[in-house]
Design a protein around this ligand. Structure first.
Ligand SMILES: Nc1ncnc2c1ncn2[C@@H]1O[C@H](COP(=O)(O)OP(=O)(O)OP(=O)(O)O)[C@@H](O)[C@H]1O
Ligand SMILES: [Mg+2]
Length: 387
C-alpha cells in the first residue's frame, strides 16, 4: 500500500535530472574555471627555465646570445618568457631531452580503494612533473567520476562522447584506445578522458571473458609512444579498478595518516594479494595531506615503522594552496596567480617536487632495469600456461 502511494514514475525522470544536472555543471564550470580549449600554462622565467633544463642562467643567456639556441618570447615587461615547448626545443638542441627508449612506457597507477585519498591530485601532479622534466606522458582517467578529465578543463558529460573514453578499448578491441587519446595544452602530455559511460563499460565487462587485463592490452598498443603512462584509478573495487591494478608496473598508493585510511589500506593489500594477473614490479605508499598534528605524527611514524622501505621518504603536506587550486580545477604547476601567500605556494610546489622526483626515480629504475620486462614476460607465459 505504502509502496503504491510513494511510487515514483521513474521513466525518463532520472535522465531528465541528469540532463539538467549536466547543464548546471556546464554553467558552473563556465564561471569557475577555464575550458580545455582556453587553458594555457604560465610562461616561465629564465631561472625556472634554466633549472628545468639543468644549466645555469648565465650559460642559457650565453647560448641565446651566441645563437646556439633560440631566444624565447618576451612578456610585457620585456622579460624572457619560456613555454614548455620552447624549453623542450632547447633541451633537444642541447641533447638534454630524455632519450626515446626502445622500451615500452612504464605504467604507473595511483590506486587506493579509499575515496578522497588524493589519487587524482597526486597522479595529475606526477604526470605534469614528469612532462616538465621532458618525458612523454599518457594520462588515463579510469574513474567514471572523471575528476581528472575535469581538471584538464572538460565537462565530462558534455564534452566527452562515449567513444572518446577508454570504454571501447575495454569492451570492443584494445586498439580503440588510440581514438580516445587527445593532446592537451601541456606539450608532450596526452590524455584519455573519462565520463560516466565507464560505468556501462564496467557492467559490460562483467559478462566478458579475460576481463581483468583489457586495460593492459589497450595500453600495450600505445606504450611504445610514451615514456610513462599514468593511470588514475577509481576508489571503488570493481572491474575498472582491477583492470588498473593488473595493468600497472608500478603502483603508488597515497594514504592519509589516519586510522580509517590505514585500515582501508589493509583491505587494499588483501585484494592485491588475491589478484592473479598482476604484472607489478613495485609498490610505494605515499603519506599525504600530512598536517603535522598529533594524530598524523603518530600514524605516520607507525606507518613508517611497519611498512619500512615500501613508504616513500618524502611525503605530501596538507596545503591550503592545494585545496584552493583543487576547487578551481588547476594544479599547482598550472597556477598563474598565487591565491594565498607566496610562502604557502612555494611550500606546496616544493613538497610536490620532492615527492614526484622520488616517484620518478623509482619509475626510472624499473624502466632501466629488466625487472619490468621480466614481470611482463613472466605474465605472458603464465597466461600461455593458463590457456
Ligand atoms: N596535499 C593536499 N592538501 C590539501 N588538500 C588536498 C591535497 N591533496 C588533495 N587535496 C584535496 O583533497 C580532495 C580529494 O583529492 P582527490 O580528488 O585527488 O582524491 P581522490 O583519491 O582522487 O578522490 P576519489 O576517491 O573521489 O577519486 C580534493 O578536494 C583535493 O583538492
Ligand atoms: Mg579521484
Amino acid at each position: 500500500m505504502l509502496n503504491e502511494t510513494l511510487h515514483l514514475d521513474t521513466s525518463g525522470f532520472f535522465s531528465s535530472l541528469a540532463q539538467r544536472g549536466a547543464e548546471a555543471l556546464g554553467m558552473l564550470m563556465a564561471h569557475t574555471h577555464t575550458a580545455a580549449t582556453e587553458k594555457t600554462l604560465p610562461l616561465l622565467g629564465i631561472s625556472e627555465a634554466a633549472r628545468l633544463i639543468g644549466i645555469s642562467t648565465v650559460y642559457l643567456r650565453k647560448l641565446e646570445t651566441s645563437g646556439e639556441v633560440l631566444p624565447p618570447a618576451k612578456d610585457e615587461g620585456g622579460r624572457r618568457a619560456y613555454s614548455m615547448e620552447h624549453i623542450n626545443k632547447i633541451r633537444e638542441s642541447l641533447g638534454r631531452l630524455p632519450q626515446k627508449s626502445n622500451r615500452h612506457g612504464l605504467v604507473v597507477a595511483f590506486a587506493n580503494l579509499k575515496g578522497g585519498s588524493t589519487k587524482t591530485t597526486t597522479s595529475a601532479h606526477f604526470a605534469q612533473y614528469s612532462v616538465r622534466q621532458g618525458y612523454r606522458v599518457l594520462l588515463i582517467d579510469m574513474d567514471p567520476q572523471a575528476s581528472m578529465t575535469a581538471l584538464f578543463g572538460y565537462n565530462p558529460q558534455i564534452h566527452i562522447a562515449e567513444g572518446e573514453t577508454c570504454a571501447p578499448a575495454l569492451t570492443e578491441s584494445a586498439d580503440k584506445i588510440r581514438q580516445a587519446i587527445r593532446k592537451t595544452y601541456w606539450n608532450r602530455l596526452d590524455l584519455v578522458p573519462s565520463n560516466l559511460n565507464l560505468v556501462g563499460a564496467e557492467m559490460a565487462l562483467l559478462s566478458m571473458g579475460e576481463n581483468s587485463t583489457r586495460l593492459r592490452d589497450a595500453i600495450d598498443n600505445v606504450a611504445g609512444d610514451y615514456d610513462i603512462i599514468v593511470v588514475d584509478a577509481p576508489p571503488a573495487l570493481g572491474l575498472l579498478s582491477i583492470n588498473v591494478l593488473c595493468a600497472a608496473d608500478y603502483i603508488v598508493t597515497p594514504i592519509i595518516p589516519t586510522m580509517v585510511d590505514i585500515s582501508s589500506s589493509i583491505q587494499f593489500f588483501h585484494i592485491l594479494e588475491s589478484l592473479e594477473n598482476l604484472r607489478l614490479a613495485r609498490i610505494s605508499l605515499l603519506i599525504t595531506r600530512f598536517n603535522g598534528g598529533a594524530e598524523h605524527v603518530r600514524a605516520a611514524s607507525m606507518l613508517r615503522s611497519i611498512y619500512g622501505d615500501t613508504i616513500l621518504t618524502n611525503q605530501m603536506i596538507e596545503s591550503a594552496e592545494l585545496l584552493k587550486s583543487g576547487n578551481d580545477m588547476v594544479s599547482v604547476y598550472e597556477i598563474t596567480e598565487v591565491r594565498g601567500s607566496r610562502e604557502t605556494y612555494r611550500r606546496a610546489i616544493s613538497a610536490f617536487d620532492s615527492v614526484n622526483q622520488e616517484i620518478l626515480i623509482h619509475a626510472k629504475s624499473l624502466w632501466d632495469s629488466d625487472t619490468v620486462a621480466m614481470a611482463r614476460d613472466g605474465n605472458k607465459s603464465k597466461n600461455r600456461e593458463a590457456t
